[in-house]
Design a protein around this ligand. Structure first.
Ligand code: URP
Ligand code: ZN
Ligand code: ZN
Length: 469
């Protein structure tokens, strides 16, 4: 199967130029100036995509998703089938999802369980991080097996006591081991023990509404966790990656560390750039609506947006991922009616990330090149996929999005493909949308319609490399 994407403006993390992109099978095999077509006739076996007036970008990489995550007494409503199909509609062609090592169980069991969830279901390529809920001699030894099998990053939690929380000694041991193996520790850096006290106090005072999710998880809890995680990484002499950073003071800790030359990296998510704590308050007469906005860390007051955008502009934040973890309002979020602490934590987002960030481009917040970098190139580099993914280069996987800036999209639940019964962005229209999404050389989505013959199971597991920056 040969494809020519012609006359588009190729946008990379560093350059923008008009070019034809030649694809053979699942790889990019050439990039030429359109004038070269005069001497390079296009054979009848080549499918042509006219990209004039459109941008040709590497497929998005969402390095933070939770398909079918069992959490909060229920299970995230997108599985590897619905979630990856939705991702592709939004221009994301690779996800890195979080497998879980459950307490008392092995990483092997956790990884096998996640392979079983994804295999035969995923429509686009996928990798795994491993959530470590214990760093004991067995799991520390198993880290080597994971790395050998291409699971080269681990997530540890300072939050969620009794579920995921690990203490500083375990985090430190895992960091030392990661340093030996070339793996990367990623951190959920809210300090969960005092947060739990605030939650209990709020409930005992009769505060049950969704907004108390935010009011009991203050910014300082994230800033302190961030500082502690950075200190542990500094002592272990290893890099560290902060997931879903939401707040100014946490960002300030990352900036201090980076100014001191430490290999500290951080991602934020669209919800922290576009939504605010006010969404958690719901509507007059319907404060329950706020439940749809319960994610952890919580949405913050509006002034944080400017700091996070500046962090992206100044390279203090490297990545925008989604933390896609959807729960339906009906039957799932409802578990927390009358007790905000029982609302399953998480929001949908895997399909809307590129749309929202493109809006950031049109708002003048970031350049097109930075858009490509934070949505694709940087996560590929940080998580050991670069060269194969995250770039339009000869020999790279032909994961390509033809992005039409003249299209627009209203981000209503009815227009989206995620398996969830609401949209956090209902009524919000964004400029730009993909006309074509290619995954390993095959057009999978055209004008918002799935067109590839295969769907479930066409995605392949990605064995990622070790940390190389
Ligand atoms: O609310 C969230 N973020 N749910 C998913 C679990 C996590 O902490 O990433
Ligand atoms: Zn987290
Ligand atoms: Zn998450």
């Amino acid at each position: 199967m040969k494809t020519l994407i012609k006359d588009g403006t190729v946008v990379s993390a560093s350059d923008s130029f008009v070019a034809d992109v030649w694809i053979d099978g699942d790889k990019i095999v050439g990039m030429t100036h359109p004038s070269a077509r005069a001497t390079m006739p296009v054979g009848p076996d080549v499918t042509q995509i006219d990209a004039k007036g459109q941008y040709v970008i590497p497929g998005g990489i969402d390095c933070h998703t939770h398909m079918s995550l069992p959490f909060g007494g229920t299970t995230a409503s997108d599985d590897f089938d619905t979630g990856t199909v939705a991702a592709a509609h939004g221009g994301t062609t690779t996800i890195v999802d979080f497998a879980i090592q459950s307490k008392g169980s092995s990483m092997r069991a956790g990884l096998d369980a996640w392979h079983a969830k994804a295999e035969g279901k995923a429509a686009i390529d996928y990798g795994f991080h491993m959530i470590m809920t214990e760093a004991n001699p067995q799991t520390l030894a198993e880290m080597a097996d994971m790395v050998r099998e291409g699971v080269t990053s681990f997530k540890m939690f300072m939050a969620y006591p009794g579920v995921f929380l690990v203490d500083d000694q375990q985090i430190f041991r895992a960091m030392l081991r990661a340093g030996e193996l070339g793996a990367l520790i990623t951190m959920h850096a809210e300090i969960g023990l005092p947060i739990d006290v605030l939650v209990q106090r709020a409930l005992s005072e009769g505060h049950t509404a969704p907004v108390y999710h935010a009011l009991t998880r203050p910014e300082v809890a994230e800033a302190t966790g961030t500082e502690r995680a950075i200190a542990l990484a500094e002592m272990a002499k290893v890099p560290v990656y902060m997931v879903h950073l939401s707040a100014q003071r946490a960002l300030a800790r990352v900036m201090e560390a980076r100014d001191r030359g430490l290999p500290t990296y951080a991602e934020t998510c669209p919800q922290y750039l576009f939504l605010t704590e006010d969404h958690l308050r719901g509507e007059p007469g319907n404060e329950w609506k706020g439940a749809g906005y319960v994610a952890t860390p919580p949405l913050r007051p509006k002034h944080h947006h400017d700091h996070l955008w500046r962090g992206l502009q100044n390279y203090d934040l490297q990545v925008v991922a989604t933390d896609h973890c959807p729960f339906c309002m009906k039957d799932q979020k409802e578990l927390g009616r009358g007790d905000f602490s029982k609302i399953p934590n998480g929001m949908p987002g895997v399909e809307t990330r590129l749309h929202l960030l493109w809006e950031g481009v049109t708002m003048g917040k970031i350049s097109m090149n930075r858009f490509v970098e934070i949505t694709s190139t940087a996560p590929a580099k940080i998580f050991g996929m670069y060269g194969k993914k995250g770039t339009l280069a000869i020999g790279a996987d032909a994961d390509v999005v033809v992005w039409d800036p003249k299209k627009s999209k209203r981000l209503d639940q009815a227009n989206l493909h995620m398996n969830v019964d609401y949209s956090p962005y209902e009524g919000h229209t964004v400029p730009g949308s993909p006309s074509h999404v290619l995954s390993r050389g095959e057009v999978v989505v055209k004008d918002d319609v799935w067109v590839a013959k295969a769907k479930q199971g066409r995605g392949q597991f990605l064995r990622r490399g070790t940390f190389g920056l």
